[in-house]
Design a protein around this ligand. Structure first.
Ligand code: R5P
Length: 292
């Protein structure tokens, strides 16, 4: 059975439909102090697939996930697979500054010690985060479905694909291979103390009169994409499409990105919002099928 976590109801429904298996939705209550209460029918003797993305409110979504996992364990479910489309805390995969706690390792340890047999996630921010989960985790790339959507729905002229930073170049190249267009990257730096992003505005390639596709794994505050749009507009780019796996869009990021010159933002439904146009149920269901 598919258990729909409160953060991922529609995606869970789509997955259950594709796999043609029972779909259950726990009863959720949020108390005045912010605590969650989950009520779930017995899952005894079932193989359970819990779907819960960890977007904000992140810590609330984590505790809800743990409640569902524990229910499966207490009911003696035959097997528990956890699907976390957006994996929170994956940006803190090492101590960048002395004394910093490696948050993703804590999340990984808790999930593992709850006896989960498989964790499936999508475009985890850093590959090194995966190592904290041992061999129970499978990271799927949403790039093929994002590229397929773009090919079918966005009509482009004279296109250049750009990663907002060097770190994301491989991802953008993978996108570029599918839609068969040229790929390059911007020179972005982030101040580790303030979090401020800056991007070099003198480019060593031409964007004048071109349609640009910016490809990133996630948009959080939007600062990286806003800076990228400003630089690209300044250099004469025509239209700018922003493609990402996870659109958190905090602090009115969507409005600010459009204001900075983006034409459209396209993301997956790892985080349900007005940009989540690409459904992940197909690629997730395929991996679940391989595991059953
Ligand atoms: C950076 O390495 C990531 O790929 C994203 O570009 C970044 O995390 C997005 O964050 P924000 O939207 O806050 O700039």
């Amino acid at each position: 059975m598919v258990i729909a976590g409160p953060a991922s109801e529609q995606l869970a429904f789509n997955i259950a439909k594709r796999l043609n298996i029972k779909f259950i939705k726990p009863e959720l209550r949020i108390f005045a102090d912010g605590e969650s209460k989950i009520k779930l029918e017995s899952v005894e003797n079932n193989q359970c697939i819990i779907i819960q993305s960890l977007y904000p409110p992140i810590d609330r979504h984590i505790i809800q996930l743990l409640m569902m996992i524990q229910k499966c364990r207490r009911d003696k479910a035959l097997k528990t697979i956890v699907v976390i489309p957006y994996m929170a805390y994956a940006r803190q995969d090492k101590a960048f500054l002395e004394g910093e706690v490696i948050s993703i390792s804590i999340l990984a340890e808790i999930i593992e010690c709850f006896g989960v047999s498989r964790v499936i996630t999508v475009d985890i921010h850093s590959q090194s985060s995966l190592s904290y989960f041992g061999n129970i985790i499978k990271n799927i790339s949403a790039i093929p479905v994002l590229a397929e959507y773009t090919l079918q729905n966005v009509f482009l002229n004279n296109v250049l694909i750009i990663s907002p930073d060097f770190g994301g170049l491989k991802r953008a190249q993978k996108f570029g291979e599918i839609i068969q267009r040229e790929v390059t990257f911007l020179k972005k730096t982030r101040d580790r103390l303030t979090g401020m992003v800056s991007i070099e505005d003198v480019l060593d390639f031409k964007v004048k009169n071109k349609d640009v596709i910016l490809v990133d794994d996630m948009i959080s505050t939007g600062n990286s994409i806003i800076k990228a749009c400003e630089v690209l507009r300044k250099n004469g780019a025509e239209r700018i499409f922003v493609i990402c796996s996870h659109a958190l869009l905090l602090d009115k990021a969507l409005d600010k990105i459009i204001q900075a010159g983006a034409t459209e933002i396209i993301s997956t439904n790892s985080i349900p919002n007005s940009c989540s146009k690409v459904d992940l149920s197909k690629i997730i269901s395929e991996v679940i099928s391989e595991n059953s």
